[in-house]
Design a protein around this ligand. Structure first.
Ligand SMILES: Nc1nc2c(ncn2[C@@H]2O[C@H](COP(=O)(O)OP(=O)(O)OP(=O)(O)O)[C@@H](O)[C@H]2O)c(=O)[nH]1
Length: 358
């Protein structure tokens, strides 16, 4: 009930937010998960000292088995670490639980009298691993992956009904505690995520025009720029600056200037696509990041906006100048925006109400 309650009733997350939440929760738990998955196999190596103490010299040969288990687990841990995120890591997580279950079953098969203790180990394993399961799919997968080798072992060894009952009870107890812990952790993470989102939205928001502000631009534009540099798709930046805006304020008052800024941003937004990024980065300065558009296409967009701004019906007529540039391969975002800015300055120098390209 926990985390579902947290975002269904108090902190609703829609589809794309849920995706971002999963990434956020995964990023936060990943260092702990890596440490855990790489360190837990060592228990099997250390356990050999116990084998020697209890079984004596006859335990020597078990070292090979134990080392093979450690290596198998480390390989899966390494696969998990390299899997990035999403479904692949979940599948590797389930595989890890399965190999760990087999490892426990194998060491118990070597020394069947240990079966009277193994159910506690299994319970602890479930409690430790379940909180890391990001989705119901991986939670269910981990439970099944641990159950199969354990109950398979009981079946192979033809265990007594008492042992079956003990294993079942401990197994169920482990699932209840592990799932409760997972729910509590998810609820806390969901709440932190939602508050963080709200805070970022406020910090990145320009309250006058409703666009994002300079900080928002830095955060979003960097990400989009990086993705486009990686994919090699075109990306253009357009700087806009209202012409002689000071005169609007001086002649009609600051409130009229504000209303005009709101109208200009509305007109700009209407001329852009949904996934274009528009930000107000200064008093009467705006910048747009246009994914998948080369400079020619971006000039057409800038011209459309220039004409739309000039056509705004208001007591104070206003025009806008724009500087357009296309990002070049391997360039830093700052170099691109500096070039768009110098194109804008050129537009101002050449008489305003025009679009220049750099
Ligand atoms: N109403 C209003 N005015 C603002 C706001 N932010 C900045 N300004 C005004 O915008 C004006 C910008 O003036 P300048 O930088 O001289 O530029 P300009 O008059 O537009 O001239 P050019 O850019 O050279 O064409 C100043 O008068 C600022 O007070 C705001 O939020 N609301």
């Amino acid at each position: 009930m926990g985390w579902k309650f947290a975002w269904r009733n108090r902190t609703p997350l829609d589809g794309s937010e849920l995706q971002r939440f999963r990434k956020f929760a995964f990023a936060k738990t990943r260092p702990g998960l890596t440490l855990l998955t790489f360190s837990m196999p060592l228990l099997f190596a250390v356990g050999w000292a116990r084998d020697l103490a209890v079984l004596g010299p006859s335990a020597r040969w078990t070292l090979l088995i134990r080392l093979s288990l450690v290596i198998a687990l480390l390989i899966v841990a390494w696969l998990m670490r390299s899997a990035g995120s999403g479904r692949r890591i979940e599948v590797f997580g389930i595989l890890y639980a399965f190999v760990f279950g087999i490892a426990i079953a194998t060491t118990s098969a070597i020394e069947p009298q240990r079966l009277s203790l193994t159910h506690v180990v299994v319970m602890l394993l479930i409690i430790i691993l379940l909180p890391f399961a990001q989705t119901r799919f991986s939670a269910a997968g981990v439970i099944v992956a641990i159950a199969l080798p354990m109950f398979g072992l009981l079946w192979l060894l033809d265990a007594s009904p008492g042992l079956w009952v003990a294993y079942l009870l401990f197994f169920v107890a482990g699932c209840v505690v592990g799932l409760t812990q997972r729910a509590a952790q998810m609820a806390a993470a969901a709440e932190i995520f939602v508050h963080r989102q709200r805070l970022l939205e406020r910090l990145h928001h320009d309250s006058l025009t409703g666009t994002i502000n300079r900080d928002g631009w830095q955060a979003h534009a960097q990400r989009m720029h990086r993705a486009h540099m990686h994919s090699g798709d075109p990306l253009s930046v357009v700087f806009f600056d209202l012409d002689h805006f000071k005169a609007v304020n001086d002649e009609h008052g600051h409130a009229s200037g504000d209303a005009l800024l709101q109208e200009v941003s509305r007109v700009m937004r209407a001329s852009l696509r949904k996934h274009d990024l528009l930000a107000r980065i200064g008093g009467e300065e705006f910048v747009a990041l246009l994914p998948d558009l080369d400079a020619e296409a971006a000039i057409r967009v800038a011209e459309r906006i220039r004409k739309a701004v000039a056509a705004i019906e208001s007591p104070q007529s206003v025009t806008i100048s724009a500087g357009v540039t296309q990002a070049r391969p391997g360039e830093e975002l700052k170099t691109v925006t500096d070039r768009a800015d110098s194109a804008l300055l050129a537009a101002k120098r050449r008489g305003r109400d025009r679009v220049e390209r750099a």
